[in-house]
Write a protein that binds this ligand. Structure first.
Ligand SMILES: C[S@@+](CC[C@H](N)C(=O)[O-])C[C@H]1O[C@@H](n2cnc3c(N)ncnc32)[C@H](O)[C@@H]1O
Length: 360
């Protein structure tokens, strides 16, 4: 590389790497006859200006390690390589895209690794060298996850990754790996919704107690081929050094899920569902008092500190009676339903009432 190019690259005016001329993404789609498969939620981005814009939301990718989810025909993949990534691992479920990705890999020798697999089961904790790890308390590692996610996997995937963040597993064994992902707009709005906003939901609390979550921009549905029915939001996540709730993920998830059970009602209605009928009233009162949360607030009005207080109070009650954590009001309802159905003179001597099987 000439001194001039090196100087310009160092001053960030030129990319360090540019892919050589290749068939365009559109030409590749035609070449390999890549019809979009509905069941794999395939909506492609062919406009490289747009894929460059998505990639810029991740921050500098100079010499970065990147995992791309669902590269498909490789539009985002090209932008990630052009942004200077040193090592790009792509995970693609659909075999039809592998030959096109191999073509890209040949054009970027040593930079692109292709995994034919399912991102929901792929072991990202083994995908990169341990040497790139950074202590959790320090700066994030130079590792990014980027993806124009299939809608059908985006929600289960982000929930799985949030649990991974809480437990520092999966892609977070390397430290506070940042994520830049697309979601259908409604999900993007829920992820970033603040207290009292219309879209405030379980997903808002679960994402925001663990990460700084930022909505970056909206991609109109018409930018995709084929055009989906909805617009798409680009969301950026940086895991927090200190989660805002310091209890096990499953416990946070249980409280948040129950509280949002009755979205429009007072929050005590959802809290009640954490407890067996026999002790519901007393334990709900105890939990809300201990948490110092107004029972008449709506779930959407609760802040993350409110949830922290609620989960801490619930953890305290579970420490006193560990069987509480395993209680699920649906089991109690089901058992009641069955006992009502089987109630006959023959079993009047058997105690089939569900509440007698429950803790407290
Ligand atoms: C919405 S398309 C995006 C394609 C490409 N990234 C783009 O922006 O044009 C989603 C891609 O994810 C792939 N995919 C679907 N489910 C997957 C999974 N579980 N694991 C990995 N890839 C998956 C699809 O085959 C498809 O290529």
């Amino acid at each position: 590389m000439s001194t001039f190019i090196r100087t310009m690259a160092a001053s960030r005016k030129l990319p360090l790497f540019r892919l050589p001329p290749l068939p365009t993404v559109g030409e590749l789609i035609k070449l390999y006859n890549l019809r979009a498969e509905k069941q794999l939620s395939q909506n492609f981005l062919l406009d490289l200006k747009l894929t460059d814009k998505i990639v810029r939301q991740a921050g500098s990718l100079r010499d970065a390690y990147v995992c791309e989810v669902g590269p498909g025909p490789g539009g985002l993949t090209r932008s990630i390589l052009n942004a200077g990534a040193a090592d790009l691992l792509v995970v693609e479920k659909d075999t039809r895209f592998i030959p096109g990705l191999k073509l890209l890999s040949e054009a970027a020798p040593g930079k692109l690794r292709i995994v034919h697999g399912d991102i929901l089961t792929y072991r990202t904790d083994r995908g990169f060298p341990q040497s790139i790890s950074k202590p959790w308390e320090g700066d994030p590692p130079n590792l990014h996850i980027i993806g124009n996610l299939p809608f059908s996997v985006s929600t289960p995937l982000i929930i799985k990754w949030l649990e991974n963040i809480a437990n520092r597993t999966g892609p977070f064994v390397y430290g506070r790996t940042r994520l830049t992902l697309t979601f259908q707009e409604e999900v993007a709005e829920r992820l970033t919704a603040s207290t009292s906003s219309r879209q405030r939901s379980r997903l808002s609390v679960m994402a925001q107690y663990l990460c700084t979550v930022r909505s970056r921009f909206t991609i109109p549905g018409r930018a995709f081929v084929p055009k989906p029915k909805v617009d798409v939001g680009v969301v950026h996540f940086t895991p927090l050094v200190q989660p805002q709730i310091e209890q096990p993920f499953k416990m946070v998830e249980k409280v948040v899920k129950n509280v949002f059970q009755f979205r429009r009602k007072h929050c005590y209605r959802g809290v009640e569902m954490l407890f067996p009928e026999a002790c519901r009233v007393d334990l709900t009162q105890e939990m809300l008092q201990r948490a110092d949360v107004d029972p008449t607030l709506r779930p959407t009005e609760l802040t993350i500190p409110h949830f922290r207080a609620l989960v801490d109070a619930y953890a305290h009650l579970c420490a006193t009676d560990p069987s509480l954590f395993h209680y699920d009001f649906r089991d109690e309802l089901r058992a009641k339903h069955v006992s009502r159905k089987t109630d006959s003179p023959a079993d009047t001597f058997m105690d089939t009432s569900a509440t007698s099987l429950q803790p407290c």
